[in-house]
Design a binder for this molecule. Structure first.
Ligand SMILES: Cc1ncc(COP(=O)(O)O)c(C=O)c1O
Length: 366
């Protein structure tokens, strides 16, 4: 039985007729950028998260740049960011004029900690990007207690819940999401959002996404053209009510991996204490990750090493990576491997994955 790395189509199948009807309604309606579908989605997404505002933007990378600019990040500033993340978390910093400063992570949660962030702070630090990696929940309050505003990069964490019951994306000063189609809450093209409970920051992000203007006549800032399409917002309004069910499915799949004994064969990701991650990716660690990958591929089981070359080792980041010493990042880059995860991963599929992973362990013992 082949098992895909992720499955976006099965969860959407029961919604297909409603999605199709909604798409036709938007096409016939003639309003394609911002407008009532976008403001409706913004209200519903903010309410879902328990945040004051959600502002729809073109993608999750722009969301980060706009959030940083709204915080006043600019030339001469530094922004602390993990390196073990999708490259865009760091790439979003230089367009503000600031420098990314890379920090290390915790080996079990994959997230930054107050200690790893503190080691990267300087008097020029203006903000910290905290990535809720793979859907795990980073310790936002503890990092904001260091005295710098936190931008939560929640691109991979829609549906994740922190130990105190609040949603990832409503824990810090400002947060960002990606609605890239394979994400926990995926659109049908690019899309993103900035969320915050600070009225002034929300107003600034609204201006920045629309050329720095409040009224389309006076341009107060050099802004961006970064708006969410009405079509994407309308379709996200259909799927948002299912996010919690899908997140429960992801958590159930993680529990099934544990019950099937995967922890005997590889190091499993550990939720930060008390958190309920909506695992976007299920990433294990193995001393011979390439051998595990080969065994899974041979059994037609999807797998992927997402960040073999972490951000601080990418060519475009060399101007910012001088002196970065990130031993945990380098170790995880070598040993991590994503294995199948979706809201509908069945027990049989889990057992298939664990069986194939077990063959690697058996081979090693020979
Ligand atoms: C952690 C993280 N940050 C930022 C992004 C950027 O989002 P987008 O692809 O929508 O620009 C992504 C996803 O692609 C991501 O996984």
């Amino acid at each position: 039985m082949s098992v895909p790395l992720f499955d976006t189509s099965t969860p959407l199948a029961p919604l297909r007729a409603r999605l199709n009807a909604k798409a036709v309604e938007v096409l016939d309606g003639g309003h394609y950028i911002l407008g009532p579908e976008v403001s409706g989605f913004e209200r519903e997404f903010a309410d879902y998260l328990g945040a004051g505002h959600a502002i729809g933007v073109a993608n999750g990378t722009d969301a980060l740049t706009l959030a940083l600019r709204a915080l006043g990040v600019g030339p001469g500033d530094e922004v602390v960011v993990p390196s073990f993340t999708f490259y865009a978390s760091a790439e979003a910093v230089p367009p503000t004029g600031a420098r990314p400063v890379f920090c290390d992570i915790d080996p079990e949660s994959f997230c930054v900690t107050p200690e790893t962030v503190r080691a990267a702070l300087t008097p020029r630090t203006k903000a910290v990007i905290v990535v809720h990696l793979f859907g795990n929940v980073a310790p936002v309050a503890e990092i904001e207690a260091l005295g710098v505003p936190v931008v939560e990069d929640a691109a991979q964490a829609a549906g994740s819940i922190a130990a105190d019951g609040r949603h990832a994306g409503a824990l810090g000063t400002i947060a960002t999401f990606s609605f890239f189609p394979s994400k926990n809450l995926g659109a049908f093209g690019d899309g993103g959002a900035v969320t915050t409970s600070d009225d002034a920051l929300a107003e600034r992000v609204r201006m920045l996404r629309f050329h720095g203007s409040r009224d389309k006549e006076t341009f107060e800032l050099v802004g961006h053209n970064s708006r969410l399409d009405a079509l994407q917002a309308a379709l996200l309004r259909v799927t948002l009510p299912y996010l919690d069910v899908w997140s429960d499915g992801r958590r159930a799949a993680a529990a099934a991996y544990e019950e099937a004994g995967l922890g005997e064969l590889a190091e499993l990701p550990q939720p930060t204490p008390g958190a309920q991650p909506a695992w976007h990716l299920y990433v294990v660690r193995h001393p011979d990750a390439d051998e595990l990958a080969a065994a899974l591929s041979a059994a037609e089981i999807g797998n992927k090493a997402y960040y073999r070359v972490p951000a601080h080792r990418q060519p475009a980041m060399q101007a910012y990576a001088d002196g970065a010493d990130l031993p945990v990042t380098d170790e995880l880059a070598r040993t991590h491997l994503a294995i199948p995860m979706s809201p509908v991963l069945s027990r049989e599929q889990v057992e298939e994955v664990v069986g194939a992973a077990g063959a690697v362990a058996a081979n090693r013992m020979r």
